[in-house]
Design a protein around this ligand. Structure first.
Ligand code: NAG
Ligand code: NAG
Ligand code: NAG
Length: 548
């Protein structure tokens, strides 16, 4: 069969099988799957042989010299193996191939951090398993990629059991390839790319970490026995987008749902949304990176997943991406001793950008000061607001100037300190000697800065919205880790509450805040990831048995 015949028939069978689900077409998809499996069998054997050879070399070298890196590897290995919820050490000898679909694996952003942290956790939990990354980065080889992962993220992968397979059709998923109907185009592109991937190697478990849900659907059409997993950072189409097309909607597409063109656009989006929902119902295990993403994905996928019985014990789980909180934890003490260093300082770490709402925080602080608060914990010191942020250009500089004027007008000039372009040690110093961390932004999707406050033991006062409310400043053991506010007055009240807690309450809350931040560590991520990966491994084992 020629490439195009195979490709076209498979594409067609996929699309049609979603619509009508006739047995014959599903069967056709599986035939193509068998063909792919057969034709990539040789490469699979070669890969296994190569892994075995690399492992032998690695062991031999290791016997010779025991360097720091190896010790790290062993240390974490010992602590993670068997810690997963699903079955302790019993299935740690699972030895399949996990395919990670991540065509831009060398990009070095937050999404890549998730990929590498996931692979590291998987390697340690299942040392016999092989992780394969499907990538389109032809200009770098394995050694270069692993080196960059080490330097950029401080993640040490075990070289023998991670491998890279190079895709040749990556341009199909670039938005520039599809100037019109971009959403649909990119999705078709991801199907082409996935086909390309399966020609190289059919994995035993297929995981997408870039949001290419259509690639996963192709996998389950071709290989019903291969469990699929998705880590979703952002829904491809969101309910906000659909709503925005209607009258009274907000955002870039507001009101564009009117008229003839608008109607066509609405139809197109709705059709796409429907396809996306169907595709979502084929995925076995779904993880979302935050409550916001989970809510959106649930509202799209769950109704269809219920129909397919995908929700019984595999519902959509939140797996927070790892944030580097360990650095703060090790640099900053939270104890009775360190309470003596902390003053009545309120810290706001944010770029000087309009949406960060510095003005409101200044106003809130002014009304807090004007209320003449008595703070028994700090008898000899006046409260202080510390604004730390980077000044990138003259716009930022102007904003800082205006904020200084405002502080002057509000008569709080002496109690407000601006720290522009702080160095990391300066940051750490302020984190260690402040009491409260504040965030003024409305509806922030996440809020890494707030996680950092918590890691440093600061009591947070944040807007009652978005990620800071839903994900970060939440209760631990049924008790608060900070305060939520909607208006300047409520912020002022929050400052008062946070600074007038009794000494033991204060220390308790700081400790809870730090525990809250531990959900966002590498360790917290690894635990949640392995819980979900465990479901995929169990499914793989189960389905392989049925097949026999
Ligand atoms: C989830 O991913 C989106 C898109 O990359 C990002 O904007 C958001 O901050 C992420 N959430 C978390 C909790 O990191
Ligand atoms: C889902 O589960 C129910 C009850 O267990 C069963 O009757 C139904 O046939 C299942 N549907 C599918 C598509 O497997
Ligand atoms: C805080 O969030 C609320 C919604 O919960 C919003 O109405 C308000 O404007 C926000 N306040 C600030 C200062 O951003």
């Amino acid at each position: 069969m020629s490439f195009f015949a195979v490709f076209l028939s498979s594409l067609l069978s996929l699309v049609v099988s979603f619509v009508f689900l006739p047995r014959t077409l599903r069967y056709a998809g599986q035939l193509v799957g068998q063909h792919l499996r057969h034709s990539s069998q040789k490469r699979r054997e070669l890969l296994l042989a190569r892994v075995a050879a690399e492992q032998r070399t690695y062991d031999a070298e290791r016997r010779g010299k025991k360097d720091k890196e190896d010790e790290d590897w062993e240390e974490v290995e010992a602590s993670t193996v068997g810690s997963a919820v699903n079955g302790g050490k019993a299935d740690s000898d699972w030895s399949g191939i996990v395919g990670f679909f991540h065509p831009f694996c060398n990009a070095g952003g937050g999404g890549e951090r998730v990929l590498w942290a996931a692979i590291r956790a998987t390697q340690k939990r299942w040392p016999e398993a092989i992780c394969v990354v499907y990538t389109g980065d032809h200009d770098v080889d394995k050694e270069q990629i692993l080196k960059r992962v080490k330097e950029r993220f401080n993640i040490h992968l075990h070289p023998p059991t991670v491998h890279f397979l190079y895709l040749t059709t990556r341009h199909y998923v670039l938005s520039s390839t599809w100037p019109r109907f971009t959403l649909l185009g990119q999705s078709v592109g991801s199907i082409i790319l996935a086909y390309d991937a399966f020609k190289l190697l059919v994995p035993d478990i297929f995981v997408d970490t870039m949001g290419f849900a259509f690639a996963l659907a192709l996998s389950s059409a071709f290989f019903p026995n291969v469990p699929t997993g998705a880590y979703v950072h952002y829904p491809t189409i969101s309910t906000d987008m659909l709503d925005s097309l209607y009258e009274g909607g907000q955002g870039v597409n507001a009101g564009s749902g009117e008229g003839y063109r608008g109607m066509a656009k609405r139809q197109y989006w709705q059709l796409f949304a429907k396809l996306y929902c169907k595709v979502g119902s084929t995925i076995d295990v779904v993880m979302a990176n935050s409550t916001w993403t989970q809510t959106h994905i649930k509202s799209l996928w769950s109704p269809y997943r219920k129909l397919r019985n995908k929700t019984t014990d595999h519902d959509i789980d939140i797996v927070f991406p790892p944030v580097a909180v360990e650095d703060l934890e090790s640099a900053i003490d939270v104890s009775e001793e360190s309470e003596k260093i902390r003053g009545p300082y309120i810290l706001y770490v944010a770029q000087f950008r309009p949406e960060k709402n510095h003005q409101l925080i200044l106003n809130a602080f002014a009304s807090f000061v004007a209320s003449n608060p008595s703070l028994p914990a700090f008898p000899d010191e006046k409260p202080k607001l510390v604004l730390i942020g980077s000044v990138r250009d003259s716009d930022d500089a102007t904003r800082v100037y205006n904020l200084r004027l405002l502080a002057h007008e509000l008569n709080i000039k002496d109690q407000v300190e601006f720290v522009c372009d702080a160095t990391w040690p300066q940051m750490l110093e302020w984190m260690g000697k402040s009491s409260v961390g504040v965030n003024g932004m409305w509806n922030e999707h996440f809020g890494i800065g707030v996680v950092e406050y918590q890691a440093a033991g600061l009591i947070s006062v944040v807007n009652n919205s978005g990620g800071p409310k839903l994900d970060i400043v939440v209760e631990v053991d049924g008790k608060k880790t900070g305060f939520h506010a909607d208006t300047a007055d409520e912020y002022a009240e929050g400052f008062l509450k946070a600074l007038s807690l009794s000494p033991w309450e204060t220390l308790d809350m700081r400790k809870r805040a730090r525990r809250s931040a531990s959900r966002f560590t590498d360790r917290g991520f690894a635990d949640k990831w392995l819980e979900n990966m465990g479901k995929l491994v169990a499914l793989q084992v189960e389905r392989a048995k049925v097949q026999e």
